[in-house]
Design a protein around this ligand. Sequence first.
Ligand SMILES: [Zn+2]
Length: 92
Amino acid sequence: MPNLGLEIKRKCRFCGKVFLIKTLDSYYCCKKCSDAAYAKKKRTEAREKKLALIAKSVPKVREFLSVKEAVAIYGVERDTLSIRKKKHSPEQ
Ligand SMILES: [Zn+2]
């Protein structure tokens, strides 16, 4: 790896620690942070891909959305939705 000839400090993108970079494309202070950030990115990507698929599969005109679909379309978390349960018992 080429010696930069100068010391550049950068904040670790994962843990926020300031460290001396070894190469211009060092963004993490250590391998552990780099690996953890990579794993997190992969998880986020997988989640977004899954949500995009669900959002795509929902027809445009629809009276009700499932919680899973609402999360996928509106990008809201399950906890922020207030869920009303309807009883299906017309004869009483
Ligand atoms: Zn770090």
